[in-house]
Design a protein around this ligand. Structure first.
Ligand SMILES: *[C@@H]1O[C@H](CO)[C@@H](O)[C@H](O)[C@H]1NC(C)=O
Ligand SMILES: *[C@@H]1O[C@H](CO)[C@@H](O)[C@H](O)[C@H]1NC(C)=O
Ligand SMILES: *[C@@H]1O[C@H](CO)[C@@H](O)[C@H](O)[C@H]1NC(C)=O
Ligand SMILES: CC(=O)N[C@H]1CO[C@H](CO)[C@@H](O)[C@@H]1O
Length: 418
């Protein structure tokens, strides 16, 4: 009997390790199976320095790492940070109010197989001119989840080039700086899923899409005259699913939610809610695919068979979900709170395109409390309490070891936090 039980237990372990593990439980979309730094080592970020031992820049400079934080606060960077391939960044491990990377942008070009969660990337006017807050020019298999990104000098979150299998879920893409003021290009044939994400206060490109894209349960607020969802505007072919999203015009909005489409943009469009009147109440309607509200695109009868969400929310439920949990929401900073609770909640009355994020009402990246990290005797990134409760050794560096469910011990800890 014991033997049989042991046999079935080992069989279960075998099955778990053979089936494709998700990046984290609940991961969705084209990037859902990203493995990040699993199988590599654990790096604990211990200070807020721009560079050097224990810094975030050093942590992501090499491949094969799961990056966790024993400190919270603002990491002020002078030059851009380049993220290596096979890296997991777990911002949710930071104590206090988590991590804001401020002052310049972050490149994920070539960062194949990366998982990034619960972190704020706020670029600002000190960032390199003509650069994005997050850039991906090439690479495959990346997932960004609960990321707050803002103040890009070129685009804010831009995917443009030979890029495949990317998910952006539960994130906030905000306030691309004037004069360019862009949410971002999403241009690749390799597949990008954008899920339950808020685009807010970008003059244009919220996003601008070309190629293979799934856009589901998102909220787009206060786009400018450049456009909300820009449907290709291109001689290239696009194939998109655009389902159950919410588009709310704000003070800067002067054009309809969908613009610049043409016959090369093939899309399945369904259940998209539009409230253009800026009157302070949510009183829009669901766009009909047979009206011209979608700009002149080639409307499809059936959705493209892309990997999709586990639960497709109604547009207004998606709005509720985005308001409560988009961005680095384990502890929202002053910017995300302002964007969600003052601007978006005004349903059209409040919102602005900005040039200088250090001016009122934004006042820069705010204050982020550093907090106190939990006791971690072996410095392996997993607190003693968690190790004791879950059967790993609080006195031995065992966080990178793969557990019976296929995740590294540290990932089971990371995933338990959110
Ligand atoms: C972090 O920066 C501070 C101030 O420049 C410096 O004193 C400290 O040695 C740095 N820490 C490390 C680990 O380099
Ligand atoms: C993208 O994901 C699909 C499905 O998992 C896979 O077949 C394909 O090889 C991936 N593309 C790249 C470039 O890794
Ligand atoms: C724990 O072990 C890994 C290798 O498995 C190593 O990279 C890391 O530096 C070690 N951490 C500590 C705190 O010794
Ligand atoms: C790319 C783009 O549309 N940029 C515009 C951003 O907003 C400013 C101010 O409205 C315009 O001048 C730019 O053309």
């Amino acid at each position: 009997m014991m033997k049989l039980t042991a046999y079935f237990a080992s069989l279960l372990v075998f099955v778990a390790s053979c089936s494709a593990l998700l990046a984290f439980p609940g991961a969705e979309g084209f990037g859902a199976q990203t493995t990040g730094g699993r199988g590599g080592s654990v790096y604990v970020v211990t200070n807020l320095n721009d560079s050097g031992t224990g810094s975030f820049r050093d942590a992501v400079s090499q491949s094969g790492r799961i990056v966790v934080f024993s400190v919270g606060g603002i990491i002020k960077i002078s030059s851009r940070i380049v993220v290596s391939s096979h890296v997991t960044i777990a911002g949710q491990t930071a104590p206090g109010q988590g991590i804001t990377v401020y002052g310049n942008g972050v490149s994920y070009s070539g960062a194949d197989n990366t998982i990034t969660r619960h972190i704020r990337y706020r670029m600002g006017t000190t960032g390199d001119s003509g650069k994005d807050a997050i850039t991906i020019a090439n690479g495959a298999n990346m997932i960004f989840d609960h990321v707050s990104v803002s103040w890009g000098r070129d685009e804010t979150f831009s995917i443009n080039g030979d890029v495949s299998n990317v998910t952006i879920s539960d994130s906030i893409i905000a306030q691309g700086l004037e004069t360019h003021s862009c949410g971002g290009l999403i241009q690749t044939d390799g597949g990008v899923s954008i899920i339950r994400t808020l685009y807010i206060d970008n003059q244009t490109r919220n996003p601008k899409v070309k190629g293979v894209n799934e856009f589901v349960n998102n909220v787009v607020y206060n786009w400018g005259g450049g456009g909300g969802y820009i449907a290709g505007d291109s001689a290239g072919q696009s194939y998109a699913n655009i389902m159950n999203n919410v588009f709310i015009s704000g003070p800067s909005t002067t054009v309809t939610a969908f613009t610049r489409g043409n016959a090369n943009f093939h899309a399945y469009v369904s259940n998209n809610y539009y409230d253009p009147d800026k009157d302070g109440t949510l009183n829009g309607w669901v766009l009909s695919p047979t009206t011209d509200n979608y700009s002149p695109i080639d409307i499809q009868a059936a959705r493209y068979p892309y990997p999709t969400v586990n639960t497709l929310l109604s547009p207004l439920d998606a709005l509720t979900k985005v308001r409560s949990s988009a961005g680095a929401s384990k502890s929202r900073d002053s910017i995300d709170n302002y964007l969600i609770n003052t601007e978006l909640a005004s349903f059209g009355k409040v919102g602005a395109l900005i040039t200088d994020p250090t001016a009122s009402p934004i006042n820069g990246p705010g204050t982020i409390t550093s907090g106190t990290p939990p006791k971690d005797t072996d410095d392996d990134g997993i607190p003693d309490d968690y190790e004791t409760a879950h059967g790993t050794n609080p006195n031995v560096n065992d966080s990178a070891q793969i557990a019976s469910n296929g995740y590294a011990n540290i990932e089971n800890y990371i995933n338990s936090l959110v």
